[in-house]
Design a protein around this ligand. Sequence first.
Ligand SMILES: [Zn+2]
Length: 170
Amino acid sequence: MFNDPRARVPAPHTPAPRLIVPATLLLRTVEGLRARSNRWRESACVWTGSRDGRVSDVVFHHEMADDRATAFSLELPEREKFALYEKLGRRGDALLSLLHTHPDDGVELSPVDQRNQLSSRIGFWSIVLPHYGARDWKLEEIGFHVRCDRGWRRLRLAEVRDRLHVDVTP
Ligand SMILES: [Zn+2]
């Protein structure tokens, strides 16, 4: 259901790179964000993995630092950002996506989200979960954005289906 080949349509833009995420890791991500948000504050994490888009780990902001969230915002202190870059560099891993929660059903990137960059690499994903992550993972309710040469572009549903693969093999 996450990867229906019939949903394949030609993309008018530079296509987003693929992300392949193990189902167990996806579940751990959603549950971790939901627990941290606890229905009142934003929470965030990053997916890291190989440069070809295979996600191998999730790192929650609140495991790295006091993520200083409020009901409507969240940021990672500069020092922890650099510590994260260093750690990934040592392991040869790439930052593939940022994921964070929003209070309501709005899943566009806010101006603050757009400025508050963890990565400005073209092809980096930014995924926004509505309702503080309290609901199940449904592609049509989630905001999928990809960094392009001119800022961020929200992916259409067909593109998300084509580009995001949930790997259910154990
Ligand atoms: Zn946001």
